[in-house]
Design a protein around this ligand. Structure first.
Ligand SMILES: [Zn+2]
Length: 365
C-alpha cells in the first residue's frame, strides 16, 4: 500500500519566473506536457525536453512552499548568453520587474500565494497542514539571485515594498556588488553599502554564490538574518561553489538554514558538466542525504539544514539524481532519512520546520 505523501516540503530555491519567461515554459502544465512540447517543437539546448519542475508536479510532491527567485544577470565575458544576457543594469532591473509581475499574475489567478511576513507564513502553513492542500495555492517567498538588477544600494527599500524579502548579492562571475561563484575577490565598491541598506530595511542575506572572501566580508558587515538557499558541502564535493566546514560552522552560529541542492555536479565529486551522466556516475537522492547528514553532524542537530533543490536552475534530468523524474520525487527523501535513523521530528525540521523557525525569527525582529 502506498504511504501517504509527506504533508509539506519547503524548497528554498526555484527559478520559476525565469523558466516561465526566459525559457517560455507554461508552468501550469505538467512536466510531461512541457517536455513533450519542447520535443515536438524541437526546442534544443541544455535542459530542454527533460525539465523536472511545474506547478502540478510541485503540488503532487506536496512542495507547498518555496523561495522563488528573480534572476537577471549582466553579461559576463565567456559565459553563455542564455544565462548572462544583459549589458546594462537598467535592462536587468526591467527584466526582473517582468518576472515579479509573472508571480503577481499567478497570485491573481489563485495559483500562488505571496508570503511576505510571519502572519501570512503561519496562515499558509496552517492551511496546508490542517486544511485541504488541494484547495490551497502554492506559497512563495520572493528572492533575488544576484543583485545585478538593484540599480543602487538605496533601491533596496523600493524592492522591499515590491515584495522582495531576500537578496543574494552574487551569482556566477563578478556581479556589480560582489565576487561570485568561480571568482576570487571581495565585495566591490558599493557592496558594503548594499549590505548595510539590506540590514536597515530587513532584507535577508543569501550567502549562496558568494566567493570565499565575500562570504567572510558579508558575514562581518551584515548583522541581519543569513541563509544559504541552495548550497552543498565542500568536504564531500571539493569546489568553491560548495560551503567549507568552517563556513557551515559560521552559518550555524548565526542561526542560518542551508538548503541542500540537487544539481548533480554539487552532489558528487568529479562531475564534468555537459559530459558526465547520472547513469555512469550513479548519483542518486541518497547523495542529497549525505550532504544533509554532513551539516547535521557538524551542527550536532537537525536545525540548520533543509532542501533548496535548484531543480529548474538551467538543467533537467541530465543533471539530476537518477531516482528523480520530477520534483514530486522529493517524496522519496523522507524514507531515505528514516533508513539512516532520522526520527519524525528530524524530518519535520528538515522538510519545513527549520525554514518556518528561520522566517518567523527573521520577520519578528
Ligand atoms: Zn544558483
Amino acid at each position: 500500500m502506498a504511504r501517504c505523501p509527506y504533508p509539506l516540503i519547503f524548497d528554498s530555491h526555484l527559478d520559476l519566473a525565469w523558466n516561465a519567461i526566459d525559457w517560455n515554459r507554461d508552468l501550469k502544465k505538467s512536466v510531461a506536457e512541457i517536455r513533450q512540447r519542447e520535443r515536438e517543437e524541437q526546442i534544443h539546448g541544455k535542459g530542454r525536453g527533460v525539465n523536472t519542475v511545474s506547478f502540478p508536479d510541485l503540488r503532487r510532491g506536496r512542495v507547498g512552499l518555496f523561495i522563488a527567485t528573480l534572476l537577471a544577470r549582466l553579461h559576463r565575458p565567456g559565459m553563455t548568453p542564455a544565462f548572462s544576457r544583459y549589458d546594462t543594469m537598467d535592462a536587468a532591473y526591467a527584466a526582473t520587474m517582468g518576472q515579479l509581475y509573472y508571480y503577481r499574475a499567478l497570485v491573481e489567478q489563485g495559483y500562488l500565494r505571496w508570503i511576505t511576513d510571519a502572519e501570512s507564513l503561519d496562515a499558509h502553513v496552517n492551511a496546508w497542514l490542517k486544511g485541504d492542500p488541494e484547495q490551497e495555492p502554492l506559497g512563495f517567498i520572493l528572492s533575488m539571485e544576484g543583485a545585478d538588477p538593484v540599480l543602487y544600494p538605496e533601491q533596496v527599500q523600493h524592492w522591499w515594498v515590491m515584495g522582495l524579502r531576500i537578496i543574494g548579492p552574487a551569482h556566477y562571475g563578478v556581479s556589480p556588488y560582489a565576487h561570485g561563484t568561480g571568482t576570487e575577490g571581495g565585495l566591490l565598491e558599493r557592496g558594503p553599502d548594499l549590505l548595510r541598506e539590506m540590514q536597515r530595511v530587513g532584507m535577508i542575506l543569501d550567502v549562496t554564490h558568494l566567493s570565499d572572501q565575500c562570504f567572510d566580508e558579508a558575514m562581518d558587515l551584515y548583522g541581519g538574518p543569513v541563509l544559504a538557499s541552495h548550497h552543498n558541502c565542500r568536504a564531500l564535493v571539493p569546489d568553491q561553489r560548495q560551503l567549507s566546514d568552517e563556513q557551515i560552522r559560521k552559518l550555524i552560529q548565526r542561526g542560518a538554514v542551508i538548503g541542500a541542492a540537487l544539481d548533480t555536479w554539487m552532489l558528487v565529486p568529479n562531475w564534468i558538466r555537459g559530459q558526465t551522466t547520472p547513469e555512469e556516475i550513479g548519483v542518486s537522492l541518497s547523495h542529497v542525504v549525505d550532504h544533509i547528514d554532513h551539516v547535521c553532524q557538524l551542527a550536532g542537530n537537525c536545525r540548520h539544514v533543509a532542501l533548496g533543490t535548484d531543480l529548474d536552475g538551467g538543467f533537467g534530468k541530465e543533471q539530476s539524481p537518477l531516482d528523480l523524474d520530477t520534483i514530486a520525487d522529493l517524496q522519496k527523501i523522507p524514507d531515505l532519512l528514516r533508513a539512516r535513523g532520522y526520527k519524525e521530528a528530524d524530518l519535520e525540521a528538515i522538510f519545513y520546520g527549520n525554514w518556518l523557525r528561520f522566517f518567523r525569527d527573521a520577520w519578528r525582529t
